[in-house]
Design a protein around this ligand. Structure first.
Ligand code: ADP
Ligand code: MG
Length: 283
């Protein structure tokens, strides 16, 4: 689409945006020094197409957050390379938005100023910032909360603000590290559905870390299963479930089969993960 015919709306201004293809080549991360040094992840080769929703699943401590941190540019690989649309990742950039489990909102700024913050950093004037922040707040269902402060919001609402704040920069990839891990079960399900709606509207690549198999299966186009530390890719499973996703999916034989495969993989991996450390089977 040419710039002259760009529509207004959630994709306005995104037309020239590159696809969001993430590539990790022979990636390894070693942390610590001297005798205390240890390998966190190894042999990571990963190609994620633009606009794909990929979940990374693995036991606690297997290096999921560390790997995501390397894609974010927060830490460097010890070996190999990470690139986004062919350009090497050399540090953090708003092209790669991040949402963590813990809240990172500025408590002294109102919700709308938190959302608009990235635009302020880009030198965009207050009026345009607030206009664009309002669009995002509406998309995450918080139109009436722009003037509130983070501490006045529930955990789920704060995560909505975090998502809006990352998306205002029109990132090519959204990196999410167990973003719903601290939410109660019902809020978590609501947030999963909200995220799928948002992803459909924004058409960004999502790399989503979780240790919850049901969550991964509900959200993703593709599942990367990791071994215990040093984390390696144990399996790469395409998920062909239709979209929009329905909650009834959990009774689908293919869902049950993939879930069983994940559980078996995680249990049989070197250093075996006891079932008790994984999410319970069933609903
Ligand atoms: N900055 C660091 N220094 C030392 N060890 C770390 C650091 N960050 C993470 N680790 C260790 O690396 C391993 C992987 O951590 P992490 O990536 O947080 O795992 P996950 O997200 O899969 O639970 C863990 O054993 C953790 O204790
Ligand atoms: Mg983690």
């Amino acid at each position: 689409m040419s710039a002259g015919t760009a529509p207004a709306g959630p994709h306005a201004g995104n037309e020239g945006r590159a696809a969001g293809h993430v590539s990790v080549r022979d990636g390894a991360i070693r942390l610590g020094r001297g005798e205390a040094a240890f390998d966190v992840v190894e042999d990571i080769d990963l190609d994620i197409s633009g606009r794909q929703f990929v979940c990374i699943l693995g036991p606690s401590g297997c290096g999921k957050s560390t790997l995501l941190g390397a894609v974010a540019g927060h830490l460097a690989l010890s070996r190999g390379s990470v690139s986004l649309d062919g350009s090497a990742v050399a540090g953090p950039h708003p092209d790669r938005g991040i949402v963590f489990q813990q809240h990172t909102l500025f408590p002294w700024l109102s919700v709308i100023d938190n959302v608009a913050f990235g635009l302020k950093m880009k030198g965009i004037g207050r009026r345009e910032r607030l206009e664009r922040a309002r669009v995002l707040l509406a998309q995450v269902g918080l139109s009436d909360f722009g003037e509130r402060y983070p501490a006045e919001l529930s955990g789920g609402m704060q995560q909505r603000v975090e998502i809006a704040r990352a998306l205002i920069n029109q990132p090519r990839v959204l990196l999410m590290d167990e973003p719903f891990g601290a939410l109660d079960a019902q809020t978590r399900l609501t947030m999963q559905e909200l995220l799928l709606d948002i992803w459909t509207q924004h058409q960004t690549t999502i790399l989503f870390v979780t240790h919850d198999i049901d969550e991964a299966l509900f959200l993703a186009d593709r599942l990367i299963v990791m071994t215990p530390r040093p984390g390696r890719i144990l399996d790469d499973i395409p998920l062909a479930f239709g979209r929009p996703r329905e909650r009834g999916l959990i009774t689908h034989p293919h869902f049950t089969a993939v879930k069983q495969r994940c559980l078996t993989l995680l249990q049989s991996a070197p250093g075996g993960v006891p079932l008790a450390r994984l999410s319970p089977i069933g609903v």
